[in-house]
Design a protein around this ligand. Structure first.
Ligand code: C2E
Ligand code: MG
Ligand code: MG
Ligand code: MG
Length: 294
């Protein structure tokens, strides 16, 4: 424990001295507890995917969904990915977990298509470790083959930092992924570092505007300017654009007025378990979205 404490203190302190406090001690043991539990979570079948609809702004129809992982921990309850994804990333556990997510998401989507509920895209988040995997393209090809999902229904979400670390290498990987016939999106767009000149070299299809810009879109002229610029940038580059974190009718109307293609957010629906998502599709709630007259 002492070693870990030192390590942790170093990690936190970097160039300055840092006193080691009981609060930090608690943090370390919480981390250790989560890490060891994380190791067993897959075998114990504790992960679950929730699905959040992506809605076409012109028609109000659901056209896609994003698969988002949750951890049903026996004691901690439903644990948000923000609390364990980076740990899974550090420990390498993200590889088997990510493979489970991809397979489960593709299977579920195919099942809904088979049940006649419609044809939807399904987006899956990819982490840095997965992106660095030697056999990434092959493993995705295998899952598509095994689940029978047509490649154009799969959307892989990547972040700017993930592809900007080694641009040459990233371009190569993205090309091989595109060759499978799937769709590529940049998640949380605008929050990371990305050079516009590189943007055109990446074979991507979609920009997802980060929800931090959407939040005050109707209140803060700067945020509004950023969002409108991202929409224009995307369209000029022949890319599709999705706004994340849309919570209000005002945000929805604003985005529609400015030609944004799709929205994802609590305004339409939170991420929900598979059964609930299926109900949402069956009840055609998805078609009820109509802007109020301005
Ligand atoms: P993300 O990929 O940007 O996913 C969108 C997040 O925004 C989700 O949080 C979603 O619940 C939340 N969100 C959607 N609409 C709204 C809204 O209107 N308002 C607000 N306040 N939030 C909204 P969630 O599910 O907690 O996931 C957090 C992050 O965890 C994800 O951000 C993604 O980076 C990561 N993540 C989730 N599932 C996976 C996974 O299977 N693999 C990997 N590598 N990362 C994942
Ligand atoms: Mg995402
Ligand atoms: Mg995002
Ligand atoms: Mg994110």
């Amino acid at each position: 424990h002492a070693d870990l404490a030192m390590y942790r203190a170093k990690e936190v302190g970097r160039n300055n001295f840092q006193f080691y406090t009981p609060a930090m001690n608690a943090q370390v043991s919480e981390r250790l507890r989560i890490e060891s539990a994380l190791r067993n979570a897959l075998e114990r079948d504790e992960f679950v995917l929730h699905y959040q609809p992506q809605v076409d702004l012109r028609t109000g129809r659901v056209v896609g969904m994003e698969a988002l992982i949750r951890w049903r921990h026996p004691e901690l309850g439903m644990v948000s990915p923000n609390r364990f994804i980076s740990l899974a990333e550090e420990t390498g556990l993200i590889i088997p977990i990510g493979a489970w997510v991809l397979r489960t998401a593709c299977l579920q989507n195919k099942k809904w298509q088979r049940a006649g509920l419609g044809h939807f895209r399904i987006a899956v988040n990819l982490s840095a470790r997965q992106f660095a995997q030697q056999d990434l393209t092959q493993s995705i090809a295998d899952v598509l083959e095994e689940t029978g999902l047509a490649p154009h229904y799969l959307d892989i979400e990547l972040t700017e930092s993930l592809i900007m670390t080694d641009v040459e290498h990233a371009v190569e990987i993205l090309r091989s992924l595109k060759a499978l016939g799937l769709q590529l999106s940049i998640d949380d767009f605008g929050t990371g570092y990305s050079s516009l000149s590189y943007l055109k070299r990446f074979p991507i299809d979609v920009l997802k505007i980060d929800r931090s810009f959407v939040h005050d879109i109707t209140l803060d002229p700067d945020d509004a300017a950023i969002v409108v610029s991202i929409i224009a940038l995307a369209h000029n580059l022949k890319l599709h654009v999705i706004a994340e974190g849309v919570e209000t009718q005002e945000q929805f109307a604003y985005l529609k007025r400015h030609g944004c293609d799709e929205l994802q957010g609590f305004y339409f629906s939170k991420p929900v378990p598979a059964e609930e998502f299926e109900r949402l599709l069956r009840e055609h709630k998805c078609l009820a979205l109509e802007p109020e007259p301005a």
